[in-house]
Design a protein around this ligand. Structure first.
Ligand code: IPM
Ligand code: MG
Length: 372
């Protein structure tokens, strides 16, 4: 297969982690006989520096012309970077939001899974994670607070900022459908997360989720308030299968979910629309504090590349091979610094490696199981 992949390396650790994902993809391409052609696309702070805006029309066109886009991360230090003195629509994040909107990427899948080997890195107590957990956050990605009207103005001489949280029933229905479809292929449970005790948008969310649920009688569902969900994620993460939620709640809960897997450097993500196209990116940020040091964990990006093979190209065996290679490397005891065991004694039994060594190790372990 010939795959046209747009690559947004972005800012901070983005270029480092994307390089490793490409390395692993190329290894899979060689093993399985596929050609991956990459087109670099500018977005985020690096685009601001080069063009004055975080995402140009040419960049959007290049993304649209690709079968899928693989992304690293964008943005800088929000208190010190000059990018954050620009007006909101010119900041790095505005580029990502614009790209998601332009490509109608309304469904964001963020799987959080506890690797047996990483239990030592998990900040939760042993009795909580004994049986592991495996959940999928299904985050609505093109509506809600991040896309509502916003302004800062003087009201009676007082500076006042307004953000608007809007959802219509169609936006809720299409993501709810996706959530139930994914759950039907997993453990058949949807937890729909909202704040229906306060927000109108959440009450509509609940109503539409209930209507949608009728079409999926095999899938059980429950409603959970977002504050409770934040608590339940650290109290008993294994209760969850699919967490279905709106944009901002999903943004926050997915960072939390990633940390309970051991590190935000482990959480992959796919942003999908109604076609086979997808934008694949790690859920973590650009980590400017460790950029250029060669210590960032590339696994979330590598697993995002595996999601790309699965969802856009229907290359399930190849995606399995990448996921298997990641597991294998962890089993052999290789760790980037973020997933080192917390206890000194246990640190001795593993080997700490840098970003590119981790990529090499995973790439070397890609095998075609069908031939062995
Ligand atoms: C994420 C990020 C983005 C978001 C930012 C960079 C706009 O935090 O993908 O979770 O909030 O969606
Ligand atoms: Mg986020």
């Amino acid at each position: 297969m010939n795959c046209q992949i747009g690559v947004i390396a972005g800012d901070g650790i983005g270029p480092e982690i994307v390089a490793e994902a490409r390395k692993v993809l190329n290894a899979a391409g060689e093993k399985f006989g596929h050609t991956f052609c990459y087109t670099d696309i500018l977005m985020g702070g690096c685009s601001i520096d080069a063009t004055g805006v975080p995402l140009t029309d040419e960049a959007i066109a290049a993304a649209k012309a690709s079968d899928a886009v693989l992304m690293g991360s964008i943005g800088g230090n929000t208190s010190t970077s000059p990018w954050y003195r620009l007006s909101p629509e010119l900041r790095p994040e505005a580029g990502l939001l614009k790209l998601r909107k332009s490509l109608n990427l309304f469904a964001n899948l963020r799987p959080a899974y506890l690797y047996e080997e990483l239990k030592e890195a998990c900040p939760l107590r042993e009795d909580i994670i004994r049986d592991g957990f495996d959940l999928m956050i299904m985050r609505e990605l093109t509506g809600g607070l991040y896309f509502g009207e916003r302004k800062t103005e003087q009201v009676d001489g007082v500076t006042t900022a307004v953000d608007t949280l809007t959802y219509n029933e169609n936006e809720i229905r299409r993501i709810a459908k996706r959530g139930f479809e994914i759950a039907a292929k997993r453990r058949k449970k949807v937890t729909s997360v909202d704040k229906a005790n306060v927000l109108d948008s959440s009450r509509l969310w609940r109503k539409i989720v209930e209507e949608t649920a009728r079409d999926y009688p095999d899938v059980s569902y429950e409603h959970m308030l977002v504050d409770n969900c934040a608590m339940q994620l650290v109290k008993d993460p294994k209760q969850f299968d699919v967490i279905l939620t709106e944009n901002m709640f999903g943004d926050i809960l997915s960072d939390e979910a990633s940390m309970v897997t051991g590190s935000i450097g482990m959480l992959s993500s796919a942003s999908l629309n109604d076609t086979k196209f997808g934008l694949y990116e790690p859920s973590g940020g650009s980590a400017p504090d460790i950029a250029g040091k060669g210590i960032a964990n590339p696994i979330a990006t590598i697993l995002s590349a595996a999601m790309m093979l699965r969802y856009t190209f229907d290359l399930d065996i190849e995606a399995d091979a990448i996921e298997h290679a990641v597991k294998q490397v962890l089993k052999e005891g290789y760790r980037t610094i973020d997933i080192m065991p917390r206890e000194e004694e246990k640190r001795k039994s593993v080997t700490q490696v840098g970003t590119s060594q981790m990529g090499d190790l995973i790439a070397e372990r890609i095998t075609d199981e069908r031939q062995s």
